[in-house]
Design a protein around this ligand. Structure first.
Ligand SMILES: Cc1cc2nc3c(=O)[nH]c(=O)nc-3n(C[C@H](O)[C@H](O)[C@H](O)COP(=O)(O)OP(=O)(O)OC[C@H]3O[C@@H](n4cnc5c(N)ncnc54)[C@H](O)[C@@H]3O)c2cc1C
Length: 475
């Protein structure tokens, strides 16, 4: 079914309209320009970069030279298999395969084309079966956004901020031929704005990100996620563009698979600094315990969903902890977490138990059992991989953080094919409409692995831009 919008007069024209200035949108804009199209990027916020700019920027790639030098055997098939296992097999196989297959090319593109530099380490995040995660030098997604904005500008792509997509226009043939936007309006600045009609001669690329902060939309999918549950995301993550794509007939998939970050701290807003401790230090080099029982609750290196569900089942914050050795072996600095009061330090395990009102003997017993296993490089309780340098937990000071999940990523969105074309309810491509990044669904299934979103955004953002930029002009 086509939902035709009659346009009396176009206010502006271009070849390709890209909606959203995060990683996916900018990758699409760059490629569409390289393909020879005029490009206009629309961004509803005052600033560029969306969630991508505040992300850690860690990216996954399978089969890199860095891995080979470290003796790590990996392949695109192995990465795809890890993504499918975490996604409970709900992932569209061809989309996952595309991300994994093109991960090294995307990684190389950030180095050779964008000039990015990464830390000289390869990390293994939860759910990955081998180390394949690369961290930009200053661990920030803004390290991609800045050179991408520069490249887009050098190539001649135009970008307009405070311009919010309201309507996607389909013509009488069902082809997407433009958009209506509200100019001078953003989520944080909801003035009346001016309605402007922009014709897209070749295509529209949706790269509007996820909907973690759209409480009405997210609670319709998962009623547990009321406003009482925090989010790591920027305020821009609302679903109006996704709703609009659905209104014109796009196929929604996996909307109720909403990812919670299991490493968040309820004692600070948004992402904060807590994940620096839980994700990089305590989970790999320590344990997570329920303060009611003093017992571990999960494999701390399981995928995000397994860990978040385990904490949600407890129903209140749990305690992630490690010792001084864990911090040293992690190679991460936690001074900023201590200064913000998010992480506490203790001279003894007994003091730690008392502070969180934990049953002391049970907690000491838990640490003892973990230490015995760690000495043999095994975790008899949950089968957690014991990394080199992990355990035994016996060297003060001990460090701990209250840990409770926050809404982090929305796996669902509009279904795309391997050419990033948006599919309709019959699974046929909607002509002239592409999508990439978090607004596209079907790639990660039930659970996105850490570091795979950046890869997904770059791979499908570039594909969307290449195809949109080469779309044959309709007669
Ligand atoms: C704190 C944090 C850390 C993360 N760290 C990592 C990591 O290390 N590795 C990893 O792989 N993933 C990470 N992620 C996830 C990853 O950053 C995101 O999935 C990814 O950046 C999404 O990119 P995107 O281009 O799809 O959307 P975004 O970067 O969010 O960009 C979408 C843009 O579209 C704009 N927009 C939305 N609606 C409209 C509209 N109607 N009109 C006009 N513009 C609109 C938004 O304002 C926004 O600027 C992290 C996420 C967070 C929140």
């Amino acid at each position: 079914m086509t939902r035709v919008t009659t346009v009396k007069r176009w206010d502006r024209q271009t070849d390709v309209v890209v909606v959203g200035s995060g990683l996916a949108g900018l990758a699409a804009a760059i490629e569409a320009r390289i393909a020879g199209s005029d490009v206009l990027v629309l961004e509803k916020m005052k600033g560029y970069g969306g969630n991508s700019a505040i992300s850690d920027g860690v990216m996954a790639a399978a089969g890199t030279a860095l891995q080979r030098r470290a003796g790590i055997v990996d392949s695109a098939d192995r990465m795809a298999e890890d993504m499918r296992r975490a996604g409970l097999g709900l992932n569209q196989a061809d989309l996952v395969h595309t991300v994994a297959q093109r991960s090294v090319e995307a990684f190389r593109w950030t180095i050779d084309f964008l000039g990015m530099t990464y830390q000289k380490r390869v990390d293994q995040f939860g759910g990955h079966s081998v180390p394949r995660c690369y961290t930009p030098l200053r661990r920030s997604g803004s390290q991609y956004i800045r050179p991408m904005l520069d490249k887009a500008a050098q190539l001649g792509a135009a970008i307009r901020t405070r311009t919010c997509l309201e309507t996607i226009v389909r013509d009488t043939d069902g082809r997407v031929c433009g958009v209506a936007v509200r100019q001078g309006r953003s989520t944080s600045d909801a003035g009346p704005g001016e309605r402007v009609w922009i014709r897209a001669r070749r295509a529209v690329v949706l790269a509007t990100g996820g909907f973690a902060n759209d409480i009405a939309f997210r609670t319709a999918q998962d009623p547990r996620l009321s406003a009482a549950v925090g989010s790591t995301n920027k305020t821009c993550t609302t679903a109006e563009a996704l709703r609009e794509a659905m209104r014109i007939g796009a196929m929604p998939v996996h909307l109720s698979w909403i990812q919670l970050g299991p490493w968040a701290c309820p004692d600070e807003k948004m992402y904060g600094v807590g994940p620096d401790f839980a994700s990089y230090v305590a989970f790999p080099y320590g344990i997570l315990v329920n303060p009611d029982t003093g017992r571990r609750i999960v494999n701390e290196l399981a995928d995000r969903k397994t860990r978040a569900d385990a904490i949600l089942a407890v129903g209140h914050p749990c305690i992630s902890m490690t010792d001084q050795n864990g911090v040293v072996h992690s190679g991460h600095e936690i001074g900023h977490c201590l200064r913000r009061g998010v992480v506490q330090s203790f001279e003894s395990l007994e003091a730690l138990a008392a502070y969180y009102d934990m049953p002391r003997d049970a907690f000491l017993d838990t640490v003892r059992a973990f230490n015995q296993g760690a000495a043999k490089r095994e975790d008899g309780l949950f089968g957690k991989p014991i990394l080199a340098g992990a355990g035994p937990l016996e060297t003060p000071p001990f460090y701990a953080m209250r840990t409770f999940p926050k809404v982090h990523h929305t796996m669902g969105g509009v279904l795309i094919d391997t050419r990033a074309r948006v599919l309709d309810l019959q699974r046929a491509p909607i002509e002239g409409l592409y999508a990439a990044g978090e607004v596209a669904g079907g790639i990660h299934g039930a659970c996105r692995l850490g570091s795979c979103a950046i890869t997904d955004c770059l791979v499908f953002g570039r594909i969307a831009g290449q195809n949109a930029g080469r779309t044959v002009l309709p007669r």
